[in-house]
Design a protein around this ligand. Structure first.
Ligand SMILES: Cc1cc2nc3c(=O)[nH]c(=O)nc-3n(C[C@H](O)[C@H](O)[C@H](O)COP(=O)(O)O)c2cc1C
Length: 223
């Protein structure tokens, strides 16, 4: 485990379920605890903080971007990374979460670009909601987020989470902590040792056209 002295990064952490007894909220709470044990700072949130009406271009044009998406944007840009525990609905991501991503993608600059993210899921099923995470990666990576290659899916989560909030299986708990720790190390490295000049282009391969293109370039500042 990384020592508290070397960890200077902060993370938005939430479970992407509106349900009071959500398994994903419980897994997100455990992730937050591990981040704090490593020495990171946690910004706690809940899916209800980010509640938005269904995306509608007319509403956007008339009323602007809703407060829920604005709260999500401000928490994204004030932290170094995010950890989301995401339920799987019908082998994909929940509609409320996709709707939130759609709304927040309308900001310029687009706030998911270059953000570091760790995805996890909890489900009573044997697959742990892993297919939903693969679906969730697609819009996030399209928007230029740096999604950690390893994802954590907790199978039979209703039995796997103990009353103390940790995973009953000690080996699985160690594996979980290792995943969070490796993610934090990668964010620390990216924050302190930026090695690439990155750019995000909404539609790669499209003929450059100032009327339609959205291209954002990140200049690397010396540390
Ligand atoms: C509409 C709907 C679709 C679901 N589809 C899946 C699914 O494809 N795979 C799965 O593992 N669980 C599925 N589930 C079960 C959820 O994983 C389970 O309800 C879980 O507890 C939801 O997450 P939460 O506890 O964080 O609210 C589905 C549940 C609902 C309500």
């Amino acid at each position: 485990m990384q020592s508290a002295k070397t960890c200077s990064t902060s993370y938005l952490v939430f479970g992407a379920s509106l349900r009071a007894e959500s398994l994903n909220k419980r897994l997100a709470t455990l992730a937050a605890r591990v981040v704090e044990e490593i020495g990171g700072t946690v910004v706690h949130a809940s899916m209800s903080d980010f509640d938005c009406p269904s995306y509608n271009g007319d509403v956007e044009a008339g009323e602007g971007i809703p407060a829920g998406a604005d709260r999500f944007r401000s928490k994204l840009v004030s932290t170094d990374g995010f950890i989301i525990s995401c339920p799987e609905y019908n082998a994909s991501m929940p509609g409320v979460l996709k709707n939130l991503v759609d709304w927040v993608s309308r900001y310029k600059p687009q706030p998911l670009k270059g953000r570091h993210g760790l995805l996890m899921s909890a489900s009573p099923s044997m697959a742990g909601g892993n297919r939903g995470l693969w679906a969730f990666r697609v819009p996030l990576e399209h928007l230029g987020a740096r999604i950690f290659p390893d994802m954590f899916s907790l199978a039979q989560a209703h039995e796997a989470l103990g009353d103390d909030g940790r995973l009953r299986d000690v080996k699985l708990q160690t594996w979980f902590e290792g995943t969070v720790d490796c993610f934090i190390e990668s964010v620390e490295a990216a924050k302190h040792y930026p090695a690439i000049k990155s750019q995000w282009i909404e539609f790669l391969g499209e003929r450059p056209n100032p009327a339609t293109e959205r291209v954002e370039v990140t200049e690397i500042q010396p540390v």
